[in-house]
Design a protein around this ligand. Structure first.
Ligand code: T5A
Length: 228
């Protein structure tokens, strides 16, 4: 079948990485930059993105699933993802709208699988079921030393006048987060066509520019477009 003229393929981009590395900040900046290029794009997050998935998010991040262990948490993240994919991600991509997600399936593999010790077979099965072929076109892994990232989160908490309590995973020890970082890097190494690692230890603006260079070199429809 002939494609409609000027119809550009919708892209699915995910951001991954440890706590506080600057994912949400860069998701917002990329959303604005794509919007300026006239691209229809939605921003979403995991866990969450739909009302049912947001309910699972609250349950997990309040620490209520912790007693069941990492395996049960992997199943809960996958349940949230299944709703997110079928209700938000797939319908948007089908109608030609790009989707940018703040975390996706690599977080389950890194947190619950490689760091939490959940068997690969369960992680693979959950991923197959929840994604149903909706793999990201590009995953940007923001990488940085967790100690520096924690200082950023601390600073944000102070600026927002909040108490530093730490959600379910922020409360883990620094060593745990160092292992998590190495595991994210392993996932990127094992998926070189999809994943690109970018150092998050640079200013917001420098990072935005590095991400824009990547996007414009990756997707031919944006080639030669520079940042405003
Ligand atoms: N989880 C999630 C799993 O265990 N399994 C799964 O399958 C999934 C999907 C989600 C939690 O759930 C876990 C992982 C997480 O623990 P969340 O609240 O979404 O919880 O947690 P984070 O993704 O870590 O979100 P954060 O908001 O804490 O971190 P971000 O989004 O990486 O960082 P951001 O952009 O909010 O920035 C943090 C602070 O740094 C500043 C910002 O202004 C902000 O104050 N900042 C910078 N400062 C200096 N230089 C830069 N370049 C900066 N960029 C941002």
């Amino acid at each position: 079948m002939l494609e409609a003229p000027n119809r550009r393929p919708a892209r699915f981009i995910t951001f991954e990485g440890g706590e506080g590395v600057g994912k949400s900040t860069q998701v917002r900046r990329l959303l604005n930059n794509l919007g300026r290029e006239g691209i229809d794009v939605v921003r979403t997050r995991e866990p969450g993105g739909t009302p049912k998935a947001e309910a699972i998010r609250s349950f997990i991040l309040q620490g209520r699933s912790e007693v069941w262990g990492a395996g049960a948490e992997a199943v809960l993240f996958a349940a949230a993802r299944l709703d997110h994919v079928t209700q938000l991600i797939a319908p948007n991509l089908t109608k030609g709208t790009w989707v940018i997600s703040d975390r996706f399936c690599d977080s389950t593999r890194a947190y619950q699988g490689l760091t939490g010790g959940v068997d690969d077979r369960l992680i693979n099965a959950l991923e197959d079921l929840a994604l149903d072929g909706h793999n990201p076109d590009l995953t940007i892994l923001l990488d940085m030393d967790p100690e520096t990232a924690f200082r950023r989160v601390e600073q944000r908490t102070i600026e927002d006048g909040l108490q530093l309590t730490g959600d379910r995973f922020e409360k883990e020890e620094l060593e745990w987060h160092k292992v998590l970082r190495a595991n994210f890097l392993d996932i990127a190494r094992n998926n070189p066509d999809r994943c690109v690692v970018i150092s998050a230890e640079q200013s917001e603006e420098a990072l935005e520019s590095a991400i824009w260079s990547l996007i414009t070199s990756r997707f031919p429809e944006l080639q030669g477009r520079s940042l405003a």
